[in-house]
Structure formats: C-alpha cells, structure tokens
Design a protein around this ligand. Structure first.
Ligand code: PLP
Length: 389
C-alpha cells in the first residue's frame, strides 16, 4: 500500500463491535478481566490502549519500523530514548538541535547521568573528533532548526556502526513522507507529533519508532516503566491529523518554496535558509536524502534587532508564535523564543544570530502569504535597505 492509502485507512478496522469507520476513542484507565489472568489484550492504559496502539501501528508501518511508542510530548519521546542508556554513557548530538533537546541533555549531564558532546555533524572531522570509547549514540536532527542544515545520514550511520553506537534521528521537520531515516541506517526515529504529523496545532504529542524487534521491546518496557505514554484522546487526534498528512505536506512545500524564492530576491533580506533553493549549502544532499524539502523557511534580516521586532509585529497572516508544522503560518524569533533555552555560546556556535527569523509556512493561499510578507518587510525597509552605491 502507498503511504497516502495507508494513512487514509489508518485506524479504520479497529472497531470489531460496530465497524465504525472512524477509530473509537478508548478513553479508559483500565480494562475488565475476562477471568483471572485473562484479558482481551489490554489491562491498564499506561501499559497499552487500543487507540494508542492504532496510532503506534500506523507510525511503525509508515516508517518501516518494527514498532513504535506514542508519548505525551516530543520531549517525553526524547526522555524515553535517553532512559535507554546506562549511567555514564556518552552521546554526540547535532550542535544546532532543538532547544529543548539541548536543555534536557545538559540537565542530565549536570546531574551526572549522561555526558554529551555537541558537534557540527555536517562535518565528518568534527564527528570523528567527538567519538569516545564510551560513546553509545549519535543524535541527529536533519534538517536542523532553525538554519535547516542537512546532515548526511548515511555517512553518520557508517561512523555509528563502526563504533557500535545507536543512530537516533529526530525527523520532526520532515515526517516519514519526506525522509525515511531507517533506509540510511538509523536505529530509532523520534518525533514531536505536535508538529506536521498532527498538523493542526491542537495537541502536543510525540513518538519513537524502533527499527528492530529487540529495540522495540526495550522501548515499550521503558515507556511503560517511565509512564511517558500518550493519552487515548490525544492519540485519536494525531491519528486523525495523519490522514491528511500527504495533502498538507504538498501544500506546505509549495508555499515554502514560493516564500523562500520571494525572500531570496528581497533587498531587506540578507540570506534565506531553505534546502529547496539551489543556492542552499545542503541542496544536493537534501535532493538525494529527502523526498521533499519541507515547509520551514528561515531568513536573516538586513538590519537591527529593532527592525526584526518591527517585522515580527507587522505580519497579519503569519502569527507570532512558537511551534511549527500546523496548517496555519507562524513567524518567530529563534534567539528569544524557540532557542531562548539554549546557552548563548551554544547559540552563537550554531549560527543563530538576533537577525534570524523562522517561518513555519502553512497551507494558506500562496499569494496571501507573499502579500503579508511584502507589507511586513515594507515596515522595516526605510531603516534596513542599504543606499544604492
Ligand atoms: C517541538 C520539537 C520537539 C519537542 O516536542 P514537544 O512536542 O514540544 O515536546 C523536539 N524536536 C523537534 C525537532 C521539535 O521541533
């Protein structure tokens, strides 16, 4: 079955009582035993729930993995994965990873639970230099956030295999429709389902998909032990969102490319970061590794922090908000919003200056988005456009 077919039918055959087309929401904490020691497959919702299972099976099938666990948030997914490691394990992580991931890894390092090296994983030498005997995993985000750098998953997988490490990929920015990390040698794929998978900005959720049966077993055990699993209603919402993922992504990408091209030609814009532009550093790699460029666009404004603030205040279609991947377009300022939790030196190293603005391009009409940016950038223009020489 093609992914769009699989998604349209997701969860459909789960109601054996009445054959409902929409999957039922099993909003229950516990399940009655048939007899002592006999259940209908579920005993307690933390350990398993039919609505959650429908989502987990859909995600595992879409990704080509052995199994998945749906979690309360993306951070709960990351927490679950980090709990797989013994004390003292060393992890290597993309230096421009999600701010919350960096914050959690640094917290665990301060508490002596794990040690972590942040490295530019687009640079093979930086990766090689970060490897230690106690390295147990390499954590990759590609495209990265917010500058959309592309990491060669196959190359990192080779290093991971050579050193007997797990390769973990946070695939939130692309979804399994635009990038399939298992094809390149990943062991675990992590999602914030809050973003594209649910796609409607009305739920926070996460998921981890395991490539092998053995990893899936450990993952299920750990999620149940930690209690990081998602609630039935939230799973139902994500399952519903997933059904339209293919059509949403197509529109996200079409709009993002139009926005990137528009910004690229704008005099108030210093630089555009979008892997779909031929001038982007990772463009060729993205074309090989991804099946789509996604809906995220960042750009550096020519001007001061005041100019940045003027633009952020001026948009009417793009709402000033964190998060991404919803049907509605959002604008935000990484340095003070999504990446504010990052240590300033870490942020600087990752190239996230005060001039960077990040857009989550939604599925609205393209011309409305371009018009909105046009009027917002006009507000900043008198100060920012350099005089013609
Ligand atoms: C949002 C996000 C997370 C965290 O997910 P939550 O659902 O907010 O907990 C992790 N990784 C990436 C890439 C994200 O964008």
């Amino acid at each position: 079955m093609q992914p769009q077919t699989r998604l349209a039918l997701a969860g459909q055959r789960t109601d054996n009582a009445f054959n409902s087309i929409a999957p039922p929401i099993y909003q229950t904490a516990t399940f009655r035993f048939e007899d002592i020691g006999t259940t209908k497959g579920f005993d307690y919702t933390r350990s398993g729930n039919p609505t959650r299972l429908a989502l987990e099976e859909t995600l595992a099938a879409l990704e080509g993995g052995a199994g998945a666990v749906a979690t309360t948030t993306g951070m709960a997914a990351i927490t679950t994965v980090l709990a797989l490691f013994e004390a003292g394990a060393h992890l290597i992580c993309s230096h421009d990873c999600y701010g919350g991931t960096e914050r959690l890894l640094c917290l665990m390092q301060r508490q002596g639970k794990l040690s972590v090296s942040f490295a530019d994983l687009t640079d093979p030498e930086a990766l090689a230099a970060a490897i230690r005997p106690e390295t147990r995993a390499i954590w990759v985000e590609t495209p990265s956030n917010p500058l959309l750098r592309i990491t060669d998953l196959e190359a990192v997988a080779r290093v991971a295999r050579a050193h007997d490490c797990l390769l973990i990929v946070d695939n939130t920015f692309l979804s399994p429709l635009f990038q399939q990390p298992f094809r390149f040698g990943a062991d675990l794929v992590v999602y914030s389902t809050t973003k594209y998978l649910n796609g409607h900005s009305d739920v926070v959720g996460g998921a981890v998909v395991a490539r092998t049966e053995a990893l899936n077993e450990t993952l299920q055990f750990t999620a149940n032990a930690l209690g990081t699993v998602a609630q039935p209603f939230d799973c139902w919402l994500v399952l519903r969102g997933l059904k339209t993922l293919p059509v949403r992504l197509r529109q996200h990408e079409e709009n993002a490319l139009a926005v990137a091209q528009y910004l690229d030609a704008h005099p108030a814009v210093e630089k555009v970061f979008y892997p779909g532009l031929p001038g982007h550093e990772g463009h060729d790699l993205a074309r090989r590794q991804q099946t789509g460029f996604g809906g995220m666009v960042s750009f550096a404004l020519r001007g001061t922090l005041d100019d940045v603030h003027r633009v952020l205040r001026a948009t009417r279609v793009f709402a000033l908000a964190e998060s991404l991947g919803g049907v509605e377009s959002l604008i935000e300022h990484p340095a003070t919003m999504s990446h504010a939790s990052m240590r300033p030196d870490q942020r600087r190293r990752a190239g996230i200056t005060d001039q960077i603005i990040r857009l989550s391009v939604g599925i609205e009409a393209t011309e409305d988005l371009l018009e909105d940016l046009e009027q917002a950038l006009r507000v900043s223009e008198p100060v920012t456009v350099p005089a013609p020489s």
